[in-house]
Ligand binder design. Structure first.
Ligand code: CAA
Length: 240
């Protein structure tokens, strides 16, 4: 029987590429999404991957959503915490709501998804938790105090939990993409985006599939000795 994987934010952008790559690698994939029904239905029609709607910012919704996925597909072995949002603003203009929305989704969402799955992974002595952080959690980014804090938090979460999971056969790793050609990056003002691309040594934005390949590797049995680590894929823009 194929292993079951949940990809949050799995119907668009980097998440969609991860869902498809895991399916192609033989996993039974559930793609979670929160808002965009039209995009999710299109994704399902094109890929045949089942979609599940709930917000990762809501713990009880995660518990219920995971229960449904496990009833439909079986116990979850691989969790990809990909769902993420931006509410960019210079700090002097940032509202408490912009701070909270980003932390609730990008950081608490990782807790909300990982926590309900943890005891099952421990009992089965196998699990893979892979969280998509960001170059901006590593280096910080003006206009993104909220986002950078949330993504740096994802790295700390990973390093701490990896120490707890190791003896239970669970690996927890983080992937830090640089600027990838997705709706999120295309929403950045064009002038700013041009200046960002000029800072990427390979001279281009990354492709979602380039991140998906990192995730498939970390999910594999062969990656069992890698835990608590950060894979950086940013075209050389920032070295940790
Ligand atoms: N890089 C370089 N300069 C930047 C910048 C950036 N990322 N963001 C803002 N600036 C500069 C602007 O060019 C502008 O400079 P000038 O005054 O010289 O023209 C100055 O900062 C102020 O910016 P704005 O005039 O745009 O100010 P605003 O209040 O209207 O908007 C903002 C502020 C909403 C933060 C807007 O600038 C913005 O969206 N910036 C992009 C922030 C960013 O990099 N977001 C990344 C999104 S992609 C992502 O998050 C995915 C990932 O993980 C990598």
């Amino acid at each position: 029987m194929s292993k079951v994987a949940i990809v949050t934010g799995g119907s668009r952008g980097i998440g969609a590429a991860i869902s498809v790559a895991l399916k192609n690698a033989g996993y039974s994939v559930a793609a979670n999404y929160a808002g965009n029904d039209e995009a999710a239905l299109k994704f399902k029609a094109e890929t045949g991957i089942p979609i599940y709607k709930w917000s990762v910012a809501d713990y009880e919704a995660c518990v219920a959503g995971i229960k449904q996925v496990e009833a439909d597909l079986g116990p979850v072995s691989v969790l990809v915490n990909n769902a993420g949002i931006t509410r960019d603003a210079m700090f002097h203009k940032m509202t408490p709501a912009q701070w909270k929305e980003v932390i609730d989704t990008n950081l608490s969402g990782v807790f909300n998804m990982t926590h309900p799955l943890w005891s099952g992974m421990r009992d089965r002595k196998f699990g893979r938790v892979i969280t998509i952080s960001s170059i901006n959690g590593q280096k910080g980014q003006m206009g993104q105090v909220n986002y950078s804090a949330s993504k740096a938090g994802d790295i700390g979460f990973t390093k701490a939990l990896a120490q707890e999971g190791a003896r239970a056969g669970i690996t927890i790793n983080v992937v830090c993409p640089g600027y990838i050609a997705t709706d999120m990056v295309m929403a950045v003002p064009e002038k700013v985006r041009e200046s960002i691309i000029a800072q990427i040594p390979v001279g281009r934005l990354g492709e979602p599939e380039e991140i998906a390949r990192c995730v498939v590797f970390l999910a594999s049995d062969e990656a069992g000795f890698i835990t608590g680590s950060t894979i950086t894929a940013n075209g050389g823009q920032y070295f940790v």
